[in-house]
Design a protein around this ligand. Structure first.
Ligand code: HEM
Length: 512
């Protein structure tokens, strides 16, 4: 092949000297002569990043994409749908190879292969993108490389921060924040427009809930506001990096750097203040993540810098996921009045109208739980499981060899919309989960919106407890109906770091 390429390079030289051709023509013929080389580098299954044939001996099928860019230009804000369609059209639902710039990626749209990837030890790392490094996530749970430090953080998270005891001890915070949210709903309904903009209320409530869980109360409006802006900015920046390994724009990097300095300033100061107050004293009666980290035994203690990274990640991960999921659920409630009524009847039967729903009522609200599951199925907040995995060594996935250093993704959205797995997958029908109890915590890969395996979401119980309680209380107190303008709820989606409703939900809330 090399000899052939050299031979083709000789052609323009020969043409110029022999026929005395003009420069533009020379340029054109030179381009032509490079064609074979170009074809060799690019026209292979999976495209440019898979150009070395040793990397793909089993020929994992996949789109060729664009030269140098791979399929980056075609993904956009519906990447999960485009990838699902590509895999299906190429008969590559088990495993498909593609290129994101020069990054080699495989993706599965099949639950069995998803289990192999998520639960196998070969994929226990994450590809650390520059955005994650710049935003300090490399020292936090989500992006710390699988090793001693990550295992240490995971242990603290599972045994302490998100233990069932701690999740239930935070119910007071959840209830208080929900009171504030319902107050805001009533205020907006009493306003001139008589409509509720739910996105703002849920985002604010979710942020407040995370802040209180992480730092306890009394942070002050100004700091809370600042941290809220920082989370927003972080989401925007990660979004801009999301699919890019080649567009590492200088401007975005500078913004990341500035944001990190701000986070270190604000969160670092809170840590320092708490230390001075004796925050590590176990008897100080505080019940937040920061106090917990400060009161760990000396051998488990984290440095202040690492503590800032871990706490910042909790705020970052815990805010949007919960708000986005609840906005999708409420959109479905407004759209499907019959389903809403059925859930309200269940609440009336098991709780009544004279006291507020509590965590302890949730196990009795089976239909409400089914609604949450159905929304997680139809609109998974992380359709591609948000953050991918990285192969730490060569590994066989099914019949294919996946080389070390390959990024692996699971298209959970494709799995939850696969008609061979789910009957009428496009129909919103919570009843399906009354007929068959499918767990959502990661043991059944047909529906694993929190991921699975060693890197499964550690905040899943806290996230689910929050969403279920708030949904129950919002449905107990109000009937949610469309605005009077006659505009239907718009279910168009937009994939940023999470899968969001493209148009923020506005509706009316009528006291029941
Ligand atoms: C509806 C709520 C949530 C959803 C749908 C969700 C989803 C996910 C998913 C899909 C992953 C990747 C799992 C994998 O690779 O297998 C993840 C990881 C993670 N989530 Fe969540 N999450 C939610 C709430 C939360 C909350 C409330 C927190 C913390 C306050 C949190 C903290 C994390 C962290 C730290 C990781 C990284 C784990 C690791 O790499 O070891 N999440 N989440």
């Amino acid at each position: 092949m090399k000899m052939r390429a050299n031979f083709f390079l000789l052609i323009p030289c020969f043409l110029v000297s022999f026929y005395n051709l003009s420069l533009p023509l020379l340029f054109f013929t030179s381009l032509l002569s490079l064609l074979p080389l170009f074809v060799k580098l690019w026209l292979v299954p999976g495209g440019f990043a898979w150009r070395n044939p040793e990397l793909n001996p089993g020929k994992i099928p996949g789109p060729v994409g664009w030269p140098f860019l791979g399929i980056l230009p075609v993904l956009g804000s519906h990447a999960h749908r485009k990838l699902a369609a590509l895999a299906s059209s190429m008969g590559a639902t088990r495993l498909m190879a593609f290129s994101l710039g020069s990054t080699r990626v495989v993706i599965t749209s099949h639950p069995e292969t998803a289990k192999e990837i998520l639960c196998g030890s070969a994929f226990s790392d994450r590809p650390v993108k520059e955005s994650a490094r710049l935003l300090m996530f490399e020292r936090a749970i989500g992006f710390a490389p699988s090793g001693k430090y990550w295992r240490h953080l995971r242990r603290i998270a599972m045994n302490q921060m998100f233990s069932p005891k701690r999740v239930s001890s935070l119910e007071g915070v959840r209830q208080r924040v929900c009171d504030e949210m319902t107050e805001k709903v009533s205020k907006e309904m009493a306003g001139e427009k008589r409509i509720v903009g739910l996105r703002g209320i849920l985002q604010r409530g979710s942020l407040r809930n995370v802040m209180e869980s992480v730092f306890g109360g009394g942070l002050g409006f100004e700091r809370e506001e600042k941290l809220g802006f920082m989370v927003k900015e972080g989401y925007e920046l990660i979004g801009e990096f999301q699919w890019g390994t080649i567009f590492q724009l200088g401007g975005v990097k500078r913004r990341c750097h500035r944001l990190t300095l701000k986070v270190k300033g604000v969160v670092g100061q809170i840590v320092e203040e708490r230390r001075r107050e004796g925050g590590g004293n176990i008897d100080n009666a505080r019940n937040d993540f920061l106090s917990l980290l400060l009161s760990l035994p000396t051998e488990d203690q984290l440095s202040d810098a690492d503590m800032v990274a871990v706490l910042w990640e909790m705020i970052f991960r815990g805010t949007d996921t919960v708000a986005i999921l609840l906005e999708w659920i409420m959109a479905r409630m407004v759209l499907h009045q019959d389903i809403q009524t059925k859930a309200q009847e269940e609440i009336d039967e098991h709780v009544g109208k004279h006291r507020q729903v509590q965590d302890s009522d949730i196990p009795n609200l089976i239909y409400l739980q089914a609604i949450v599951k159905e929304v997680l199925r139809v609109h998974p907040p992380g359709p591609l499981l948000s953050w991918a995995r990285l192969a730490t060594h060569d590994v066989h996935v099914g019949k294919f060899l996946v080389p070390a250093g390959t990024t692996a993704m699971v298209n959970m959205w494709a799995i939850t919309h696969d008609p061979t797995i789910w009957k009428n997958p496009w129909k919103f029908r919570p009843e399906r989960f009354m007929e068959e109890d499918v767990p959502v915590m990661g043991s059944d890969l047909r529906l694993a919106p929190f991921g699975s395996g060693r890197r499964v979401c550690p905040g899943k119980s806290l996230g689910l407890a929050t969403v279920q309680l708030w949904l129950a209380r919002l449905l107990q107190q109000y009937k949610w109906v469309p605005t009077t303008s006659g505009k239907q709820v718009d279910l168009s989606e937009c994939l940023k770091l999470s899968l969001e409703l493209k148009t923020p939900l506005t509706c009316r809330a009528i006291v029941r």
